[in-house]
Design a protein around this ligand. Structure first.
Ligand SMILES: *Cc1c(COP(=O)(O)O)cnc(C)c1O
Length: 446
């Protein structure tokens, strides 16, 4: 599908921002020229996927489309038990209802925001064991999503096994910049976890992009196909949660896949309560069929190469202009370092949010804050949690924009960068919700 996008004036955008309480989530899509808010569910489907939509089987139970999806997931991951759900966070809700209880500890590599939300909502704790290199944006470590095995072992030594239901590996690691996890690291996590009797689960939203980086950067796997690498990665876990809106190449959907029948049985009950019967879980049959096809396309090398090199093109143009970005460039997005980009904005005035707003004002481009607003308040002290980095994420939808759009984005950013000295005032919060505040927060100019 091709759709029209339209430009606006700076004056219009200033008014729209005010009406949106300076929260980019409140803008209408018609007010956005190039939308880099997220790569989640925003990509374009292929001819074959549209064909699959026509052939969806909408039977309540045992639909052919479910069967197709189950076979595809098992082929790619080795996990035989499948529970479709309506999106990634629903997979978290179902699986965490099954596996997490109050006071539990969930170690992992920079848990995604909804993941952390679902852990903390259950009064459990997410412990970040990402390697320190991930927080140094100039460090060219090829696998900045890796877990620090020593940090992980410390967690395993500090709490009894029954308090740690699983270790969660996010591939690629969204929060630390779309950075991959190496197979070597996945194996090391699995070995250590085995010693402590703790299973490994994948948050696999961008598993195909992770596999691409393994093929490109890990010597042992350079001759493996993407599909072989995927199967190998998943062989070190007992299951996965998936947001199909990312590497499923569809607009909505998710699933849980497991090789543990006991957990599957328990999770099936929660699926029925929260999502729907276990062979559709909130998805239309046709959407499951399109997803089965999307998973196949997302794990083909030529697709991944064109996708990830487009993200790299944007990153390299910005680097050329001297703009501070997270390096190496991640799989689905380019991350701007707002503390360096806008050195005159105080932490309390949200530098990353301020930068995201400036970029929109400049050119109608919508990115998203990955900083203090997203990091939320500490659930106990209710103080703001200041993360190590203040980032603005420019996420590229899959198969949507051309390289010409990419050049426009880069030029717009250069304009903001050239006048960054003049940006001296940030924003303050006027209203916020108790949890996941970034979606609905209201701000005003400080
Ligand atoms: C998007 C995402 C989720 C949540 O999925 P939704 O489909 O948005 O509910 C969970 N984990 C990661 C790593 C994600 O990128």
């Amino acid at each position: 599908m091709v759709e029209e996008i339209s430009q606006s004036t700076r004056e219009q955008r200033e008014i729209w921002l005010q009406e949106a309480h300076y929260n980019l989530f409140n803008l209408k899509s018609s007010q956005v020229f190039i939308d880099l808010l997220t790569d989640s569910g925003t990509g374009a489907m292929s001819d074959k996927q549209w064909g699959e939509l026509m052939m969806g089987d909408e039977s309540y139970a045992g639909s052919r489309s479910f069967e197709k999806l189950q076979k595809q997931v098992e082929k790619l991951t080795g996990f035989q038990f499948l529970l479709p759900v309506h999106q990634g966070r629903a997979a978290e809700n179902v699986l965490f209802s099954t596996m997490i209880k109050e006071n539990d500890i969930i170690p992992g590599n920079s848990h995604f925001d909804t993941t952390k939300g679902h852990i903390e909502f259950r009064k459990a704790h997410a412990v970040d064991c990402t390697i320190d290199e991930a927080f140094d944006i100039e460090n060219l470590h090829p696998f900045k999503g890796n877990l620090d095995i020593q940090k992980l072992e410390k967690v395993y030594q500090s709490y009894p096994k029954k308090q740690i239901p699983f270790c969660l590996i996010t591939i690629t690691c969204n929060t630390s910049g779309g950075q991959p996890v190496s197979l070597e690291n996945i194996k090391a996590v699995k070995n250590l976890s085995d010693q402590y009797g703790i299973p490994v689960i994948f948050d696999a939203a961008r598993f195909a992009e992770n596999a691409y980086f393994i093929k490109q950067r890990e010597e042992n796997y350079k001759n493996w196909s993407i599909k072989e690498i995927c199967k190998e990665m998943f062989s070190y876990g007992i299951g996965m949660t998936m947001s199909s809106k990312k590497d499923g190449l569809v607009n909505i959907g998710g699933f849980i896949a497991l090789n543990d029948e006991k957990i599957f049985r328990k999770a099936s009950n929660f699926t029925i309560i929260y999502e729907g019967f276990i062979t559709y879980g909130g998805m239309a049959g046709r959407d499951m069929a399109a997803l089965a096809q999307g998973l196949d396309e997302a794990t083909e090398f030529p697709y991944l190469e064109s996708r990830i090199s487009q993200v790299e093109l944007l990153g390299n143009l910005l680097i050329e202009y001297g703009i501070p970005v997270q390096k190496p460039i991640g799989g689905h997005a380019v991350f701007l370092d707002a503390l360096k980009f806008l050195p005159n904005i105080k932490r309390e005035e949200f530098p990353a949010q301020t930068l995201a707003l400036e970029i929109y004002k400049e050119a109608g481009i919508r990115g998203v804050e990955i900083g203090t607003i997203l990091a939320d308040r500490d659930p106990e002290t209710r103080e703001n949690r200041y993360p190590k980095l203040e980032l603005v994420r420019l996420a590229l939808p899959r198969r949507t924009y051309t390289d010409n759009h990419i050049r426009y984005i880069a030029a717009a950013l250069k304009n903001v960068f050239d006048r960054s000295d003049e940006i001296t005032k940030g924003y303050k919060i006027t209203w916020e919700s108790e949890i996941l505040r970034h979606f609905t927060v209201k701000l005003e100019q400080a």
